[in-house]
Every structure is written in C-alpha cells, then in structure tokens.
Design a protein around this ligand. Sequence first.
Ligand code: CLF
Ligand code: SF4
Length: 475
Amino acid sequence: MQKEGDLILVKEKSTFLSDESKTARHPCYSEEAHHHFARMHVAVAPKCNISCNFCSRKFDCANESRPGVVSELVTPDEAVRKVLFVASGMKQLSVVGIAGPGDPLANPEKTFATFKGIAEEAPDLRLCLSTNGLTLLDHIDQIKALSIDHITITINAVDPEIGKEIYSWIYYKKKRYKGLEAAKILIDRQLRGLEALVSLGVLVKVNSVLIPGINADHLAEVSEVIGAKGAFIHNIVPLIVTPDTVFEKNGIKNPTAVELQAVQEKCQGDSPIKMMKHCHQCRADAIGLLGEDRSSEFTKEEFLNKKIDYNIKERADFQHQVEQKIRRKKEGKEDNAILEKESDMSVVRIAVTTRGEGKVNLHFGHAKDFLVFDVSETTITFIGVRKVQSYCVGGVMNCGSEKLTILDETKAILSDCQILLSSGMGAVPQKYMRDQGIIPVIRSGDMEVLLHESEKYYRYMNPEPKQQMEVPSIR
Ligand code: CLF
Ligand code: SF4
C-alpha cells in the first residue's frame, strides 16, 4: 500500500528520535499518551515455551479482559490486513503489539512475518513485542532488522529460588526443564536478553506479576536489578487468579489495591526506574485506547472483505495535532507548578469511568476498569487502574438489582474512594454506592475539569474529608 519512500523516511526518522519522542505516542510507555493514543494487539502467537503457574489461556467471554485471552487467532496475512483496516478508521492508532495469547517468540515465524508485513504496509506504526524472554537472544537480529523499538519482558523474579515457585517448567533447546534448573535458565536468559536489547537502543519495559506470598517482598530487588541493566520502565501488575491454574489450586489470592500500591512505592523508592501505573492488563487481541476494548467491532468478515483506505499523511497530521495538544497542556501545568506546591495538598480520592481521550465518557455499567486519582484544589495525581467485571453486559437497560455481587465487588475495590465520577449510572447502583459512602457524580466532559469540580463538590458537602480507607481488593 505504501511507497518504498514512505518506509525509508519513517524508519530513518525513528533512528534519530530521543527516548521521549519515541514514547510520546506509545500509550503504555507514556501515561499522558494513554489518554489519546491507541494500541492494537494481533493474536498470531498461540504457543508458549514455558508454564507460568498463573496462566490460563482457555477462557474467553465479552467480559473477560486479561492477558492470554483472545476471541479469534489470525494468520500473519490476516493480521496485516486487520491492522490496515483498523488504522484506516482509527487515526490515533500508533502502536501494534504482539502479546500472545502465548509467547510471541515461541511462534517466531508468525510473529516476524506479521511485523515485516506491517513495517512494509504501514511504516508509521510502531512495533511492540511482549515476551517471557526465554528465546530473546536468539532473535536479536530480526528485532534489529525490523526496528522493533519497544519490547516488554515479563520478569517475575531474579532469584531462581523464588522463580521456581512461579514457573512449572520451561522448554528450551528441545528439552524440558523443571524446578530450580528451569528458573535459573529462564532468569539468566531474560536478564541477558534485556542487556542485549538495551545495547541496541530498544526501550525495554519489564512487567512483573505481583503474587502475594511469593514475590511481593522480592519485587524491589527485581526493580533494582532491571533498572541497573537499563530497563526503561517497570510495570507491576496484580495477579488475576484464574480457574484451573496451579495458583488457584494452591489458594493464592489476588493482591489488594493497597498491597499493589505499597509494592509500587517500595520499588520506586529503591530504584531509579520509572513505574508504570496505568496498565489495563489487556487481552491479547485488544484494540483501542487502553481504557476501552473495541476488538469485537473488527470481525474477520469485515477486515477481510471491506475496502481499506490507509492514508499515512492524514494519520500523521492527526497524530501531530494530538501531540501538540498534549504538549500545550503539559506546558500549562508546568506554569502552575509553583502555585501547586504552595496549595492545600489534602486530597479527595476519585474513581472515574472513561473510554479515554481525557474525558469522562463511559457509563458505569460498561466500565471494565476505573482510573483512580487523588485530587486536591490544584493537583491531580494518578493512583492506578482498578479492574472490575462490568455491571451491564448488554445495553444500559439491563442494569438491575440482580447484579448485587458485581456491585459488592466494585464497592470493595473502590472502598478507599470518596467519589465515583461517571457519565451515566442507573438508579440502583447510584443508591448502592451512596449507601456505602461513595458519592456518585454523574457528569460527562473533560476529565481534568470534572475531577476538580467533583473535588470542590465533595469538600462543600463534607468540610472534613474522610480518611483514606484500607485494603480494597483488585477484582
Ligand atoms: Fe501491547 Fe504491551 Fe506493547 Fe502496550 S499492552 S504489547 S506494551 S502495546 Fe500496555 Fe496492555 Fe498493560 Fe501491556 S496496557 S497489558 S503494558
Ligand atoms: Fe502464559 Fe505468558 Fe507465562 Fe506463557 S509466558 S505461560 S503465555 S503467562
């Protein structure tokens, strides 16, 4: 679709970009970008070469949103066509990732054929890869040749004694290893792979799954080690216990939001590395802004048969304008920095439902996660993402009192919040939340403006802000 000149131009440009420019349009590497730029995953990689004790790739439903879950696998050719189709209509799409449902590098032919096709047909899209790292070192040349400059390695431990509690086995060079030996090989390959990528100039993100009772006290060490080796950002994601896994059978529980926050703070304290807090733990076929998943809109029938109008210039103009808007907003914030330091820093904690774009624009019943912020008179601090089961699986009209269990879970994960800000909410959940001491504020529009207005409203109604509460559950 694109001319050869486009490819050369885009690739040459990316070679000279600073780290900041490389991440400015990557929704996972930049917290700011995640409100405005979208990613899509193409599910071309079903196999895996290790067995994590928390992994299950069996279940899929419209409401299930976590890594390893997909509705439909695609071939490399289909994946390229799907990317072009989605990118034609979704101008804010800036990154295409391969994140499973297995390990992309356990399916190297499919993975690299897909990336090659995308690099040729849509050279403005950044390529992103998420791997367990076992065979990274075997693919460095292909990664370099395709300019894949964002790679995630999931490293849950740097101590094999802890690693052996997390991995059942690995399959490496045609041999299966178990226990301590497996963990030793995997960790060694992950860390050497990380070093090799850093030396190539790849921006490496490390994901670590927080597993209570197993690696919670160890993740600060992981952060320190990966930081020293040049990782760009560390993303600690809460374990989601799924049925038929070793951890489920062993009675391991999901961490609470407070545990997650405490571990993130400890890691940040001990390490110079940036912490990612806005991960939505996406499906392996997710499409859209991080807070939304539009994967069900792009069926095979549509992207294989409908006309594709991929206009690289229009996309570049659109993304440039978005970037300018973000820059202006950031400069405005910096101008207010002195004022903010002098202001009252006591905060109101607010949960928001959003589809992204910096707006409150999602009905409570459709939210699969909430963004949580601490808001003072002049500051807004992002705390993290809390995942839930959405209250309404179908239309808004399906809301009703039979969803009490979901409301109980939602209340539990938001128990430290004083306000729930949403563009819409049925009478039943509104009353329920109010009875639990969480005030629903139903408004649509600019998130920043509405966060400040909600904070003012809360203070007006409650001159003495309530103290933050403890131990909400993640799910
Ligand atoms: Fe996908 Fe991962 Fe690339 Fe992002 S997701 S391969 S780095 S483009 Fe992002 Fe999703 Fe969290 Fe992953 S929010 S699960 S961190
Ligand atoms: Fe599952 Fe990923 Fe672990 Fe493979 S590396 S077992 S796909 S979580």
